[in-house]
Design a protein around this ligand. Structure first.
Ligand code: NAD
Length: 467
């Protein structure tokens, strides 16, 4: 890549942040002919997703899957011994995965002749950025248009700071050690994914969730598919429970928990992982020097073209609102880059898939049953358990469910949800079906390969057939 401390005097498009939003926007804009300057504190593009988020967590979840499959295979007549885990090699391999991907992005930065500046940028005004480079240099960058893609960071409990004993997702992904006991605060995406990794590596994992169920917002019948397995893997799942105090001690953390009756009890864990949500990185951007508006949750307000209140400045990804997912950022990045290059584009997806990469995975897109009930939208559903699916049984599994949600008036698909191994891959068919305004009969008339898990989408559509 170019000299990373070199701040150009001017650029057509400045992009703050080189995560999935920032790099995708930079590549698209450069392909459309704009001169682009991408600014990020890391030496290589990739953002949280590649360096300490989606990718390393999926690498570690793969390790967890191997361990679980080896353990469970004795049921089908194949026994392995207790796994020997070389933590240093696991860490090294995970870092190699990150290195390959961020290195590949770096090569694309060169190929498209982008300026990559390793530093931090803030707005001086609506056409100038003040940039501080990693080597302590400072400079001004005049831009015609800008895209803010500065992402988000983990939320911590009040008055709690991270330490080797109290970690957030970034700390957990470093995998410095496998504690004997780990308390995961928050039963959402991160808590359950990383809790699963540490449980597979040998920690006694307990999860404490403030609401009365895991993965709030996700349909309960999907969650119960996951909970059945997690109940066996985790030492404890404490619902409707809050952490009221955390106190670091010499060999662990003393935690005071409070249940919904207000009863408190204290327990000690070797490590505590806090996974209670993420917050957009809107501070320190100098937004006060522009007319850009931020809502109550700290997200930058944007229109359908991802423009902020300053017409030449766009915001995309986690900074621009929920859901805080890399693939939403990709979609927004392409729209913002195309609009910046003078094309007509709008961000208006029919469904943004959500995937929880636990075992089983849970994935959904479009309308959920919970939302339909809350919003009093009439729906018809088909729920197909996987235990009759040949591929499921031949994988040594019996769990899993595919759910279709349709408009009872016209059979149009409104939502698709899958819980089971590989759900994250299967949901892509559902997303395409939503984008194409498919009816359930389209799924039924599509020949699905046999024997595969994808047939559960076909079979669920059969359940809706009234012919
Ligand atoms: P989350 O919002 O998914 O879950 C946080 C959980 O913590 C919720 O269940 C909430 O009720 C609970 N909680 C909040 N305060 C609490 C408290 N004081 N005590 C106990 N429980 C408490 O957030 P996350 O898991 O931190 O993930 C953050 C974001 O990262 C998500 O919004 C998601 O978009 C993204 N993410 C996505 C994936 C994926 O796509 N597979 C994976 C990881 C993260």
């Amino acid at each position: 890549m170019n000299n990373l401390n070199n701040i150009p005097k001017k650029t057509e498009l400045a992009i703050i942040g080189s995560g999935p939003g920032g790099y995708a926007a930079a590549f698209r804009a450069a392909e459309l002919g704009l001169s682009v300057t991408l600014i990020d504190p890391e030496a290589k593009p990739g953002g949280v997703c590649l360096h300490r988020g989606c990718i390393p967590s999926k690498a570690l979840l793969h390790v967890a899957k191997l361990i679980a499959e080896a353990e469970e295979s004795k049921e089908i007549g194949v026994s392995f011994g207790k796994p020997k885990i070389d933590l240093e090699r696991v860490r090294e391999w995970k870092n190699e995965v990150i290195e390959k991907l961020t290195g590949g992005l770096g090569m694309k930065v060169d190929k498209l002749k982008l300026n990559y500046v390793r530093g931090i940028a803030r707005f001086k005004d609506r056409q100038t950025l003040l940039v501080e480079t990693a080597d302590g240099g400072q400079g001004e960058l005049a831009f015609q248009q800008a895209i803010i893609a500065s992402g988000s960071r983990p939320v911590l409990l009040p008055q709690v700071e991270t330490s080797p004993r109290i970690i957030d997702s970034s700390g957990a992904l470093e995998l410095a050690e496998v504690p004997k006991s780990l308390l995961v605060v928050g039963g959402g995406y991160i808590g359950l994914e990383l809790g699963s990794v540490y449980a597979a590596l040998g920690s006694q994992v307990s999860v404490v969730e403030m609401t009365n169920g895991l993965l709030p917002g996700c349909d309960r019948d999907l969650v119960s598919q996951l909970k059945r397995r997690l109940d066996k893997k985790f030492a404890d799942i404490l619902l409707s429970t809050k952490v009221v105090a955390l106190k670091e001690q010499k060999n662990g953390v003393a935690v005071t928990l409070e249940d919904k009756q207000g009863e408190q009890n204290s327990r000690r864990f070797e490590q505590v992982l806090i996974a209670i949500g993420r917050r957009p990185n809107t501070e320190n951007l100098g937004l006060e020097n522009t007319a850009i508006k931020v809502d109550q949750k700290g997200f930058i307000e944007v229109d359908g073209q991802l423009r902020t209140a300053e017409a030449n400045i766009f915001a995309i990804g986690d900074i621009a609102g929920e859901p805080m997912l890399a693939h939403k950022a990709y979609g927004e990045a392409h729209v913002a880059a195309e609009v910046a290059a003078g094309r007509k584009a709008v961000f208006d997806p029919r469904g943004i898939p959500a995937v929880v990469f636990t075992d089983p995975e849970i994935a959904w897109c479009g309308l959920t049953e919970t939302q339909a009930r809350e919003q009093k939208i009439p729906i018809e559903t088909a729920k197909l358990p996987w235990r009759g699916n040949g591929r499921t049984l031949s994988l040594g599994r019996e769990d899993g469910m595919t759910k279709l949600i349709v408009d009872p008036e016209n059979d149009r698909l409104l939502g698709i949800a899958v819980a089971g191994p590989g759900a994250g891959e299967l949901i892509a068919e559902g997303v395409l079906a939503l984008e194409m305004a498919a009816v359930s009969e389209d799924l039924r008339k599509t020949i699905h390969p046999h024997p595969t898990l994808s047939e559960t989408l076909f079979d669920a559509a059969e359940m809706l057939f009234k012919g």
